[in-house]
Write a protein that binds this ligand. Structure first.
Ligand SMILES: Nc1nc2c(ncn2[C@@H]2O[C@H](COP(=O)(O)OP(=O)(O)O)[C@@H](O)[C@H]2O)c(=O)[nH]1
Ligand SMILES: Nc1ncnc2c1ncn2[C@@H]1O[C@H](COP(=O)(O)OP(=O)(O)O)[C@@H](O)[C@H]1O
Length: 206
């Protein structure tokens, strides 16, 4: 029985260092899901251990700007000195296949999608306290103190837009946060319009 013919965009945002990547990896390790991760394109330099095509598509500014001009992004934004964008073509294919496509993106980009896409659920991840952001970025050790400062300052502005999201998830414990996101995705699938659409398709296939 195929009940998820109609794809869903799952937008996960939240300030740098809140644990988006960590929670997303825990989410993908859960059993029985139909999730795929949308690999973004960025002009940021790879961190040690990051793999091109897995964590991001790493490109230079010229390549990124050419892609903007060609309309190749579902959304894009500049974040603390670098471009980040969601490649469009692959997402269209995955949604048509009924997949749940997870985007881990910052607030400007999420709000662009809010305007243009109907089948999307918006989740904002918050830390258990303000100091936690700074502590987590420091512990991760991938950014210089100056960039950490800029990212934490940026977080204050991002919090002001959190009310535009459908759900807030506190990342106190990674596994609990991933469970809550999975519950949100399940609930989204059971919404009437989506369920009726999928149910009728299922009857047609019989
Ligand atoms: N708008 C937009 N933001 C993105 C995209 N990919 C990543 N981001 C966001 O850009 C910000 C910086 O990402 P990154 O440099 O990897 O730092 P990290 O989130 O602290 O690991 C984060 O908020 C990401 O969620 C994208 O395709 N579009
Ligand atoms: N619930 C949590 N409790 C403690 N540390 C966490 C938690 N979630 C993530 N971290 C740590 O915080 C740091 C930032 O997490 P990361 O997933 O890279 O954040 P983001 O992708 O939002 O920038 C990492 O070192 C990660 O191990």
């Amino acid at each position: 029985m195929k009940l998820n013919e109609k794809g869903l965009l799952v937008i996960i945002s939240g300030p740098s260092g809140v644990g988006k990547g960590t929670v997303r990896r825990a989410l993908f390790n859960k059993p029985n899901h139909n999730l795929v991760y949308s690999v973004s394109m960025t002009t940021r330099k790879p961190r040690p251990g990051e793999v091109d095509g897995v964590d991001y598509y790493f490109v230079d500014r010229e390549t990124f700007e050419k892609r903007i001009a060609e309309g190749k992004f579902l959304e894009w934004a500049e974040f603390v000195g670098n471009y980040y964008g969601t490649p469009k073509d692959i997402i269209d294919e995955e949604l048509a296949e009924g997949k749940e496509v997870v985007l881990e993106i910052e607030v400007d980009g999420a709000l662009q999608i809010r305007k243009n896409v109907k089948d999307a659920v918006f989740i904002f991840i918050v830390p258990p306290g303000k100091q936690a952001l700074y502590d987590r970025l420091l512990k991760r050790g991938t950014e210089s103190p100056e960039i950490i400062k800029q990212r934490v300052e940026k977080a204050d502005k991002e919090f002001l837009l959190a009310h535009k999201y459908d759900y807030i998830v506190v990342n106190d414990d990674v596994d609990n946060a991933a469970d809550r996101i999975m519950a949100i995705i399940r609930a989204e699938h059971a919404k009437t319009e989506r369920s009726i659409h999928n149910y009728l398709r299922m009857l047609e296939e019989k």
